[in-house]
Design a protein around this ligand. Structure first.
Ligand code: BG6
Length: 456
């Protein structure tokens, strides 16, 4: 693992959508809390000029962070060189290399659209940029073969340990809260397996549609966009054994080992949907069969999880915006002499979206003449406990400091593509569902009795 701090950050795609929504706000927050960030070389599409670029950055920070400290924004801009150009062309990359003449260990953020990624890497290789670490956005490839090709092209320019594959869910504090719940308390591990857990549900839902990303989304769809990456990483975190030690290496190995035991999706346990109106979105084909919703059941071939369904669903244009993992326990067969009904299943709900936290639903005695049992929620709100950092702030900080624990290993990437392979590029048209619903009706029965636990 590399430990040296970086002395430059190169942002390819510095005026794109990700840069506007996530990267510049994250760099602003880092400048605020760490005092400074290294010199930045920002590469964006030709057009805005220096003045337009500065307006773009300031607006992005103000829009996302609320009232911002203008001195910090000015300091960030003063340390940033802006280059306009096409990242696949030698001239642009040569200018980047010249700007890095003083840098001994730069970090490169490959935030260009997927079709340009491989060509940009090849140009970096042939120009001979200063060696450093490289951050690569998801999806890493578009299937198993292309992921391997992409990795090979990176390894021609960077060392294996310098390739940092992003899945921003690994930078979410609420996801680390789930890990802390599992491994920093004595009791959950004793109840973590098929004897006590009846099923696990992982839901990622968004009210918004594809917005301005229609043409990009057409090449991806829900399975590649969210299931292969975010939801399988979450499955790995819920189902993994305790890593052999507390190192980033052991954590990453254990996720990959867990994913290696997951059976590929059974197409009979997959429901694909498309929200009504998707085909009229800008950049979307009038006869598109790209899915904006996917629900599936996965099984893990290890003794601990045999027979326990892992139910995953992700969609746009749905009834709510949330990310939740719900672990449902086998109901206890124990009815106390003074109660009238059997207790319901206890649950742990990990809220991983904007209001992160954990809700533990347990059985308790109802006050008064009717003793229950009744379900009660013990609710822990992560936000109430302090100011949090957004995922990209952690990821950029980690990359600049040579920390690798929040990045995805190539083994995990390969296993994820293997698992979702039968769900990719399906010929049948996805089922239509109305916006604001919970997806196609056919997905409702996938979890069996009790159905889906919709987000709170
Ligand atoms: C991105 C996907 O990786 O994650 C988007 O490309 C999706 O389609 C987003 O909207 C969801 O991220 P978050 O952090 O808002 O849950």
């Amino acid at each position: 693992m590399t430990t040296a701090s970086s002395d430059a950050l190169v942002l390819f795609g510095a005026t794109g959508d990700l840069a506007r929504r996530k990267l510049w706000p994250a760099l602003y927050r880092l400048s605020l809390s760490e005092g400074c960030v290294p010199p930045i070389v920002a590469v964006g599409l030709p057009g805005p000029g220096r003045a337009g670029f500065e307006t773009f950055v300031a607006k992005s920070v103000h829009d996302v962070c609320g009232p911002a400290d203008d001195r910090v924004v000015r300091r960030l801009l003063a340390g940033t060189r802006f280059i306009e150009g096409d990242t696949t062309r030698h001239g642009t990359i040569e200018e980047v290399a010249r700007s890095l003449w003083e840098a001994a260990r730069p970090v490169y953020f490959l935030g260009v659209p997927p079709p340009q990624t491989t060509a940009t890497i090849a140009t970096m290789g042939s120009v001979g940029i200063p060696p450093g670490a490289v951050l690569v956005e998801k999806p890493f490839g578009k299937d198993l073969d292309s992921a391997r090709v992409l990795n090979d092209s990176l390894l021609k320019v960077f060392s294996a340990e310098s390739v940092l594959r992003i899945d921003h869910y690994l930078g979410k504090e609420a996801v680390e809260n789930l890990l802390a719940f599992r491994f920093c308390n004595p009791f959950p591990e004793t109840a973590w397996g098929r004897e006590t857990i009846s099923r696990v549900q992982i839901t990622h839902c968004e009210v918004r549609g594809v917005d301005s990303r229609g043409s990009l989304y057409e090449q991806i769809g829900a399975v590649r966009d969210v299931v292969q990456s975010h939801l399988l990483q979450l499955l790995g975190i819920v189902a993994m054994r305790r890593p052999v030690d507390g190192t980033a290496q052991a954590f990453r190995e254990e996720i990959a080992r867990t994913l290696a035991a997951v059976r590929p999706v059974d197409p009979g346990q997959l429901v694909r949907g498309q929200y009504a109106g998707y085909r009229a979105e800008e950049g979307v084909a009038a006869d598109s069969t790209v899915e904006t919703f996917a629900a599936l059941r996965l099984d893990i071939d290890v003794d601990r999880w045999r027979g326990v369904p892992f139910l995953l669903r992700s969609g746009k244009g749905l009834a709510a915006t949330a990310i939740e993992v719900v672990v449902e326990f086998v109901p206890t067969a124990h009815r106390l002499w003074f109660t009238r009904e059997d207790p319901g299943p206890a649950r742990i709900r990990f809220r991983l979206g904007s209001r992160g936290g954990t809700v533990l639903t347990l059985n308790a005695r109802r006050p008064g003449a009717d003793p229950g049992p009744m379900a009660v929620d013990l609710d822990f709100d992560l936000q109430a406990s302090g100011d949090s950092w957004e995922a990209y702030t952690h990821l950029l900080s980690d990359a600049l400091h040579g920390r690798t624990g929040r990045f995805v290993s190539m083994d995990a990437v390969e296993e994820s593509w293997r698992i979702v392979a039968p769900a990719l590029d399906r010929r049948e048209a996805p089922l239509r569902y109305p916006r604001g619903s919970w997806g196609p009706d056919a997905s409702a029965g996938l979890p069996g009795d009790g159905g889906w636990c919709d987000p709170l």
